[in-house]
Write a protein that binds this ligand. Structure first.
Ligand code: NFE
Ligand code: MG
Length: 578
């Protein structure tokens, strides 16, 4: 007898995600991922000035605060054949690089760690022993017995007040938690430290982009001026401030996040054989040296890996992308089995039920607001694991060194990468690489400034009368959660069509025209345990390892902000006869 287990909403994510699985004998045998809220940004953009699009698309998400603006300005620059000055390019790298580092650290501590770290168990930790462990792992200075004693007392006060606050609703005490109490306390201390750390380092955005979240962008460059005289926004004092943020970002990544990740992973090695999924991976690459068209200059390379074959990295061609709506609440003019490239893309919502409140939706033909993107007809995973596999397979020395270090310390082989644990480890590897790279970009910026290269804006195509009557462009960003594409079509100087295919759309994709599962779904049926259907922590582990953002993935507000379907909250289990 099998059971249907519904987790809705899955917490600690951005947006509304519902997971339904079929469980049989404590294994997951089938799975459905559903984005349950409709949005409408692709429609809102029609008829608007393409120079303004970034400010709208950026509101797709409050987590990846930079990347939808970046993808948008790159799409418009591609359409209008605009090259940005190298100084603007390096400023974009710094903004995006710091966002990735902040985003990944926050994901680990605030969105994912509590799937592995039992907060309540930390109450019984011995602070002296936690201190000894901390000193054995890292030179990070907050490591005294008194410090960890204070953290434990703070946690104790939370619990005694009856309000676990940010720690409410965990499956505390679940036997799947494997860390000793002292390691749990260490992780809780760093959870709290990471909150303060992130708000310090992300001030880099306020200097280069005026504010955070949602710093300012500009088609043709960046909206900053350089110079110590003339009131430039980038001056010696601010560069010193940025240098400090970069140092503190790197110190936390190398001395806190990375050692914690490797230490915690050591207790969960069984998760290196669970949750792999589709086995196809794609990266559009990121961080161009000076010109986004020079793909050889990308710090993280572009490519596709099919069927877990690390020996062959294939080229990525955006023309091979199609989106399907066979199992989604949309209509295409060409019917439910058509696959459309985003330049021909359509966004026509068509909700076919069920009426809320929902019991299950997995038995419906259509069950999500996510479209199903496919590459050469196949589902692919995007994100840190995809990027690190492509970098590894392409011979990226820094990536290979860190991958080898992790595999050696965990005593596992490369096949362990294709798993829930591999996904979480790859995010850490990438964070170390980019945190180290930030200093390189700052040095480059300072060198350009010293040599008088102060130009941050190319205005040759700013005026619409310099544009062709019709144009189209593709803007790509390898965002924290993976390959992001914006496709714009401009007719008579306004946007005639705009399509976004977003990392979480790739990963949270439903089944397609050929009934192939999307990456979340496939990962949940890949050797996947589910011990206690009332406390489905295993589902959280694998889904959170992708770092889901459903606000991004659906990206399509009803103009009035209406919730189209009101889902039941929480977890329920239904036993079926089959
Ligand atoms: Ni809303 Fe986003 C990232 C983008 S995810 S977080 O990273 O693009 O799909
Ligand atoms: Mg879309």
């Amino acid at each position: 007898m099998s059971r249907t287990v519904v987790v809705d909403p899955i917490t600690r994510i951005e947006g509304h995600l519902r997971i339904e699985v079929q469980e049989d004998n404590q294994r997951i045998v089938d799975a459905w991922a559903s984005g349950t809220q409709f949005r409408g940004l692709e429609i809102i953009l029609q008829g608007r000035d393409p120079r303004d699009a970034w400010a709208f698309t950026q509101r797709i998400c409050g987590v990846c605060t930079v990347v939808h603006a970046m993808a948008s300005v790159r799409a418009v620059e591609d359409a209008l054949d605009i090259r940005i000055p190298p100084t603007a390019n390096v400023i974009r790298n710094l903004l995006q690089g710091m966002q990735l580092v902040q985003d990944h650290v926050m994901h680990f501590y605030h969105l994912h760690a509590l799937d592995w770290v039992d907060v309540v168990s930390a109450l019984s930790a011995d602070p002296a022993e936690t201190s000894r462990i901390a000193r054995s792992l890292s030179p990070w200075p907050n490591n005294s017995p008194a410090y960890f004693g204070d953290v434990r007392d703070t946690l104790q006060r939370f619990v005694e007040s009856g309000q676990l606050g940010i720690f409410t609703n965990g499956y505390w005490g679940h036997p799947a938690y494997k860390l000793p109490a002292e390691v749990n306390l260490l992780a809780v201390a760093h959870y709290l430290e990471a909150l303060d750390w992130q708000k310090d380092v992300i001030r880099l955005h306020t200097i280069f982009g005026g504010k955070n979240p949602h710093p300012n962008f500009l088609v043709g460059g960046m909206a900053v001026t350089i110079g110590d005289r003339d009131g430039g926004t980038i001056n010696t004092e601010r560069l010193t401030d940025i240098d400090g943020m970069i140092q503190r970002a790197l110190a936390f990544v190398e001395q806190v996040y990375w050692p914690d990740l490797v230490a915690i992973a050591g207790f969960y090695k069984d998760w290196a054989a669970i949750g792999g999924g589709v086995g196809n991976f794609m990266a559009c690459g990121e961080f161009p040296d000076s010109d986004v068209r020079d793909l050889n200059s990308l710090y993280l390379p572009r490519g596709v890996i099919m069927d877990r074959n690390l020996a062959e990295v294939q080229p990525y061609e955006h023309t091979e992308v199609r989106e399907y709506v066979t199992h989604s609440w949309y209509n295409y003019q060409g019917g439910k089995f058509a696959g459309l490239h985003p330049w021909e893309g359509e966004t026509e919502p068509h909700y076919t039920g069920p009426e809320p409140p929902w019991d299950t939706i997995s038995d419906r033909d259509e069950y999500t607001w996510m479209k199903a993107p496919r590459y050469r007809g196949l589902p692919v995973e995007v994100g840190p694991l995809a990027r690190m596999l492509v970098a590894y397979g392409s011979g990226h020395a820094g990536c290979q060194a860190l991958v080898s270090e992790v595999l050696a310390r965990l005593e596992v082989g490369p096949e362990a990468l294709f798993s829930t644990l591999g996904r979480t480890a790859a995010r850490g590897i990438e964070t170390v690489l980019i945190a180290r790279r930030l200093q390189h970009w700052l040095d480059e910026l300072q060198g350009r400034i010293a040599s008088g290269d102060h130009s941050t804006f190319n205005g040759t195509r700013w005026e619409p009368d310099s544009w062709p009557d019709s144009a189209r462009g593709y803007g790509w960003v390898d965002a924290p959660r993976g390959n992001l594409g914006h496709w714009v079509e401009i007719q008579d100087r306004v946007i005639s069509r705009y399509q976004c295919v977003v990392p979480s759309t790739w990963n949270c994709s439903p089944r397609d025209d050929r009934d192939q599962m999307g990456p979340y779904e496939a990962a949940l049926v890949d050797n996947h345990p589910l011990e206690d259907s009332q406390r489905p922590i295993e589902i959280l582990r694998t889904i959170h390892s992708f770092d889901p953002c459903i606000a991004c993935g659906v990206h399509v507000l009803d103009a009035a902000g209406n919730l189209v379907g009101q889902a039941a909250t929480g977890i329920h289990t239904r036993t079926s006869e089959d």
